[in-house]
Design a protein around this ligand. Structure first.
Ligand code: KIV
Ligand code: ZN
Length: 504
């Protein structure tokens, strides 16, 4: 099986993402994590870009052991010298130099430079870098928009000059897997000294194909992938490390290739980058998104409970995620609910689970996600056995700045339905008045508390009401996503307790 080298450029191309700048201390911390992750090469920065970049690369070269430490350099002697100065303390070091080769770049960015001149500068840069270190990489920038005959000529010439790695960048994320695969295989067929170098690929994600393009290149003989954690990088970003690594690991059967990455460190690396750059990962991002191992559909949850392989192609533990998360929502089934209740420590009968399941489905229609706290409320409601003299059937309440708040409440009192409308100082007051009228109770409200049990705007609210009647006190609680309904439930719950005490 071929081992593909992972060249991580989070600290160079990744850092070029808008808003992703890192200070030297943060870069060192990232480099330490990249070493734990087991990347082969760390592109620690662009030494000539700024004194800060230079110092950060130098610090990384002085401290990090394991991966090759690399600095980027334009095809200019002063850049290459600075790159060398920055990396020279590392036990394993690389200079990565580059020059544009596409006609578009040569015309507009290099003042109509000829192809011959660009080739000469590329070769000279490699030769100069070789005077410092044997490990030299060259990139013909904008390779995917470069004339293929000229590109092959450049690749052959820089290998002849001593480049041990030739990187083929899709600088503007322009290619697609079929075209890019063909490009790599053409280079491998036409460049006669190609076996003296590793062919690397560096894909940008402008059309969302960076990972697919990199994998197509591997199928066609590329031996190194340049990528970043969470896919951060210029514009739409770079090929994402976690995606290519896990694609190769999961589909070794089709790629016949793997990497030496310690995949269990992937999630930790991703979180570190998020923390440092402040750039969060989209929830449905492959491998490291918060939903990547979360299942809500009842059929999927049921299958997973029977056997993980039904709906999971990667074990979450393999990328450093503790376990599959079952998100309970309206698509979840009874089996997933029962499992979660058991995990929470409840030992419930089949009947209790079934009744909780019915209430759970009603609640799930009202809120997107059912949290453990929501389940606890449902269980508490199920297990609290109160003689229900009064039972809420329906409620309608209005509040307004223009007219007095009012409420219409439907109740069952001793099994008989009744309806009453009242106005009040607020909708809760109006609800309480309507309930008091129908239940013929004269209790005094001693305390009224509102708590949000779960977070978010669709949170379950819990209301606690304390009542006093004829010297007897009772405390009732109710939960609902609607705080007025929760108030009504709490009030009725307290009245039921007062009624139950009175009848003893
Ligand atoms: O995207 C690109 O072409 C680059 C080169 C410097 C390799 O980042
Ligand atoms: Zn790039």
């Amino acid at each position: 099986m071929r081992i593909i080298r992972i060249f991580d450029t989070t600290l160079r191309d990744g850092e070029q993402a808008p808003g992703c700048g890192m200070n030297a201390q943060e870069k060192l911390q990232v480099a330490q994590q990249l070493a734990r992750l087991g990347v082969n090469i760390i592109e620690a920065g662009f030494a000539a870009a700024s004194p800060g970049d230079f110092e950060a690369i130098k610090a990384i070269a002085g401290e990090i052991r394991g991966p090759v430490i690399c600095s980027l350099a334009r095809a200019r002697e002063d850049d290459i010298r600075k790159a060398w100065e920055a990396i020279k303390d590392a036990p394993k070091k690389r200079i990565h130099t580059f020059h544009s080769t596409s006609d578009i770049h040569l015309l507009h960015q290099h003042k109509n430079m000829s192809r011959d001149e660009a080739l000469k500068r590329s070769v000279d840069a490699v030769l100069f870098a070789k005077s410092f270190t044997d490990d030299v990489e060259f990139s013909p920038m904008d390779a995917t928009r470069t004339d293929i005959n000229y590109l092959c000529e450049v690749v052959e010439a820089v290998i002849e000059a001593g480049a041990l790695t030739v990187n083929i960048p899709d600088t503007v994320g322009y290619t697609d897997p079929i075209e890019f695969g063909l490009l790599i295989s053409t280079i491998r067929k036409r460049v006669k000294n190609v076996d003296q170098a590793v062919i690397s690929v560096h894909c940008h994600n402008d059309l969302g194909m960076a990972t697919a393009n990199s994998l197509a290149a591997v199928r066609n003989g590329a031996g190194q992938i340049e990528c970043t954690i969470n896919g951060i990088g210029e514009r739409a970003g770079n090929c994402s490390l976690e995606e290519v690594v896990m694609a190769l690991r999961t589909r070794r059967d089709i790629f016949n290739a793997d990497t030496n990455i310690t995949t269990e460190e992937i999630m930790r690396s991703s979180r570190l980058i998020t923390k440092i750059t402040g750039m969060s990962v989209q929830p449905n991002k492959a491998i490291v998104g918060i939903n990547a191992f979360a299942h809500e559909a009842g059929i999927h949850q049921d299958g997973l409970l029977k056997d993980k392989t039904t709906y999971e192609i990667i074990k979450p533990e393999d990328v450093g995620v503790k376990k599959t998360e079952f998100v309970l929502g309206k698509h979840s089934g009874r089996n997933a609910l029962r499992t979660r209740l058991e995990e929470l420590g409840y030992k419930l009968s089949i009947g209790e689970v079934n009744r909780i399941f019915e209430k759970f489905k009603v609640l799930a229609d009202q809120k997107k996600t059912i949290y453990d706290e929501d389940l606890e409320v449902l269980v508490a409601e199920e297990l609290t056995i109160v003689l229900e003299k009064f039972f809420l059937v329906a409620l309608w309440a209005s509040s307004s700045t223009l007219r007095k708040p009012s409420a219409t409440v439907g109740l069952k009192v001793d099994g008989i339905e009744c309806v009453e409308t009242e106005t009040g100082d607020g909708p809760v007051d109006a609800v309480f008045k309507a309930i008091a009228k129908m239940t013929h109770t004269k209790s005094k409200l001693i305390r009224y508390e509102v708590k949000a049990i779960t977070g978010g705007t669709d949170a379950q609210g819990e209301v606690v009401v304390s009542l006093e009647e004829n010297g007897r006190k009772a405390r009732g609680s109710g939960a609902d996503t609607d705080i007025i309904i929760a108030s009504a439930k709490a009030y009725i719950n307290a009245l039921n307790k007062l009624a139950a005490n009175g009848s003893k």
